[in-house]
Design a protein around this ligand. Structure first.
Ligand code: NAI
Ligand code: AKG
Length: 408
């Protein structure tokens, strides 16, 4: 998907054929074996990856995913999208991504810590505050980032908070980072609603994936008056056309570790949830959810891509024939996370920390600019919002490579 998107944009930008691989292929891709002593005394070997897409504009940046379906190809695609996302939002980074093929829900806290520390140990020659700075993604959280920071710091002999972002605030994390991706999604949805003339009060939203991104987006939108009518997780979904009580839902999820079984809602499958009528549809879980098979049948006005890569190129072709749907593409829609990660990194390097108001103000200003530039190109050149966002990101990296002399 990432390569197909790149090739279309490269044609539009007239990037010479013989130089396209320079932009497309990752600079480095690392596969590691991670032996972990399990609680029952056995040893299990997990496979982990870290892909750094380009280092032309600064260190590489991107999350680490713990999920059973992680593959090297997926991580490479996610690293490429990180590059275009950072360039679109003007951050001084190349893209990276990491992943470990495991099911974090089935590991004890001790097993998870040993796995994280051993994975970090394997990455140590390749990461660093000026080289590659990991962050959370699906299946990882602040605690995992704290273990990464601790493992790295023990190795080099002093405390290095700038090695990861998305850490607990008490260890040099930034105020607002935990909520930043979901808040950014909600900010851009409200910009899209303004643009389309949809009043927030009474609008409805359906969210696939009620994790960090999905749950914060839900709360932020509900504060604007939007009714959240359906949400889901890996176990299934729930639906209430009158709107879900999010306070009660969050208490239920904290206790039961799933949205499934929440009272005052009917159950719905993840596939059915995507087809529910709503004003705003937010995929906030895995890639390839809106496909050639279901794209013609989704019933929203705004498709806000909280997840990375939720829409396949086949679906994009179908959606291009549906002017009734406004897409906020992933590299724009979920960029709030990496933007506040950038703020966290800057604060760590300076050992000087900002208030939450300052973080949010700077976040919304960057989102506003990226939304404005993408929307302008979309209108001016008659290209989709995704194409416009990718073009802006790819063009900036391409220009930087040319200015540096193409081979850095
Ligand atoms: N955490 C962050 O700061 C950022 C995350 N993202 C993207 O947002 C998406 C979600 O990430 P997080 O919220 O951080 O992860 P998370 O691990 O906090 O939550 C993921 C949610 O998706 C659910 N899920 C997993 N498989 C599913 C499936 N097959 N169908 C439906 N739901 C499923 C999980 O049960 C969980 O509720 C991912 O695509 C990630 O790459 C993008 C930018 C930043
Ligand atoms: O915060 C970061 O550095 C990266 C977050 C991430 O993985 C993403 O934007 O997909």
């Amino acid at each position: 998907m990432a390569c197909q998107q790149f090739d279309l944009v490269a044609d539009f930008l007239d990037i010479p054929d013989n130089l396209r691989d320079r932009l497309k292929l990752p600079r480095r891709a690392l596969t590691v074996s991670i032996p972990v002593r399990m609680d029952d005394g056995s040893t299990q070997v997990f496979t982990g990856y870290r892909v750094q897409h380009h280092l032309t504009l600064g260190p590489t940046k991107g999350g680490i995913r713990f999920h059973p379906d992680v593959t090297l190809g997926e991580v490479a695609a996610l690293s490429m999208w990180m590059s275009w996302k950072c360039a679109l939002t003007g951050l001084p980074y190349g893209g990276a991504k990491g992943g470990v093929c495991c099911d974090p829900g089935k590991l004890s806290v001790g097993e998870l810590e040993r796995l994280t520390r051993r994975y970090t140990q394997e990455l140590i020659p390749f990461i660093g505050p000026q080289l590659d700075v990991p962050a959370p993604d699906m299946g990882t959280n602040e605690q995992v980032m704290a273990w990464i920071m601790d493992t790295y710091s023990l190795q080099v002999g002093h405390c290095v908070p700038g090695i990861v972002t998305g850490k607990p605030v008490g260890l040099g994390g930034s105020l607002g980072r935990r909520e930043s991706t979901g808040r950014g999604v909600a900010y851009l949805v409200s910009r899209a609603m303004d643009t389309l003339g949809i009043p927030a009060d009474g609008a409805t939203a359906v969210i696939q994936g009620y994790g960090n991104v999905g749950s914060v987006a839900a709360i932020s939108l509900a504060k604007q008056g939007v009714k959240i009518t359906a949400v889901s997780d890996a176990f299934g979904g729930i639906h209430n056309p009158q709107g879900l009580d999010l306070m009660a839902l969050n208490e239920y999820v904290a206790k039961n570790k799933t949205v499934v079984g929440f009272p005052e809602a009917t159950s719905v499958s993840n596939a059915e949830l995507l087809l529910l009528p709503c004003d705003i549809l937010i995929p906030a879980a895995l890639e390839r959810q809106i496909t050639g098979e279901n794209a013609a049948r989704i019933q929203c006005r705004i498709l806000a891509e909280g997840a990375n890569g939720p829409t396949t190129p086949e679906a994009d072709v179908i959606l291009s024939q549906r002017p009734d749907i406004f897409i906020i593409p992933d590299i724009l829609c979920n960029s709030g996370g990496v933007i506040v990660s950038y703020f966290e990194w800057v604060q760590d390097l300076q050992s000087f920390f900002w208030g939450e108001g300052e973080v949010l103000d700077k976040l919304f200003r960057i989102l506003e600019q990226a939304f404005g530039q993408t929307f302008q190109l979309h209108k001016k050149r008659g290209v989709s919002m995704r194409f416009a966002a990718l073009s802006l990101g790819i063009k900036r990296v391409w220009e930087a490579k040319q200015t540096r002399g193409l081979y850095p």
